[in-house]
Design a binder for this molecule. Structure first.
Ligand SMILES: [Zn+2]
Length: 316
């Protein structure tokens, strides 16, 4: 075992999770504390530093063994300089996060967006362990993504690489506007929000479905109804799966990853969803681009963020 340990911090709107990883991406210790969002920017940064110090103090490791601290956070940032422009769920605006935390901790700090970091976690020691080229989807309220090439995050020119949810993929006649302002993004159909919207539309149209008896429809309700044989619910899930599979067919001939990994809340629907995605992928992808390619569920769950953040230090 090498002397070094790698610290990851996953910054959410309500909680900050910090963890210590070894050189293989195994999560050895973790700790979670409140983000302190209501107390503002300085408090959040001080909390991150405090939790990082605490987890090392409470572990058998020495501070000298810390090779660096990686930070996963939602928002628009300049990744190389670690400068946060805006965050959707945190009061962080125009903050040099990397610089401030390096001063507070006296260690190398790297930041990246939460979806990229979760992808790196899965690629390092999760469902993509040992595989150099992996593309990850996170299916939640939106569709997040991350592209890992040769074991490292591919960010592109200005950090938009891997924004899989905003692949414009739904044909014009069926396209609706996405939160990003453009039409027909994958996220409009294949996220929990998209599935719920399609379900509500069907109920409002008067389609015959068991969903019409539910007050506040959730994506899980739609999956449950589909599994129970509801035709309308099945049509909605098939549509979500169709565009996911098609987007993978497009990625397969651009990036040609060996493995697609799907995490996030919707991935809990399991094989029912995965089998439909694989079928679409097989249908639209050239034989040589799909040979040996697997589409698998993520395995690190909520730890992917903290593991991937630690991975920023050794794998970026
Ligand atoms: Zn979009």
């Amino acid at each position: 075992m090498s002397d070094h340990i790698y610290i990851g911090a996953d910054i959410g709107g309500t909680a900050i999770k910090v963890g210590i990883c070894d050189e293989n991406g195994t999560l050895l210790h973790s700790y979670e504390g409140p983000t302190g969002t209501e107390d503002g920017q300085d408090a959040i940064l001080e909390n991150i530093a405090a939790y990082v110090r605490k987890i090392v103090e409470d572990s058998p490791f020495a501070w000298e063994q810390v090779a660096g601290v990686g930070i996963g956070i939602a928002g628009f940032m300049d990744i190389p300089t670690g400068f946060m422009k805006t965050s959707p769920n945190l009061p962080l605006r125009n903050v040099p996060i990397k610089q401030i935390l390096e001063e507070k901790l006296g260690k190398l700090v790297k930041i990246n967006n939460d979806a990229n970091v979760a992808a790196l976690g899965e690629a390092w020691s999760g469902a993509g362990a040992g595989i150099p080229n992996v593309v990850c989807y996170t299916l939640g309220t939106g569709v997040g993504g991350g592209i890992i090439i040769h074991g490292k995050i591919y960010e592109g020119f200005n950090g938009m690489g891997g924004e899989l949810g905003h692949m414009s993929i739904v044909p014009d006649l069926e396209a609706i506007q996405c939160g990003c302002g453009k039409m027909g993004c994958l996220e409009t159909v294949s996220s929990a929000t998209g599935i719920v919207r399609m379900a509500k539309d069907a109920v409002e149209r008067g389609d015959r479905t068991s969903l019409s008896h539910i007050d506040n429809i959730t994506a899980k309700d739609v999956f449950d109804a589909a599994k129970a044989g509801d035709e309308v619910a099945n049509r909605i899930i098939s549509r979500a799966a169709f565009y996911l599979g098609k987007s993978m067919a497009a990625i397969a001939v651009v990036v040609n990853p060996q493995r697609f990994i799907i995490g996030g809340g919707l991935s809990k629907a399991g094989e029912f969803l995965f089998e439909q995605i694989r079928e679409v992928f097989r249908k639209f992808t050239p034989e040589t681009a799909q040979e040996g390619v697997e589409i698998l569920p993520a395995i690190l769950g909520n730890d992917a963020g903290v593991v991937g953040a630690a991975g920023l230090i050794t794998r970026s």
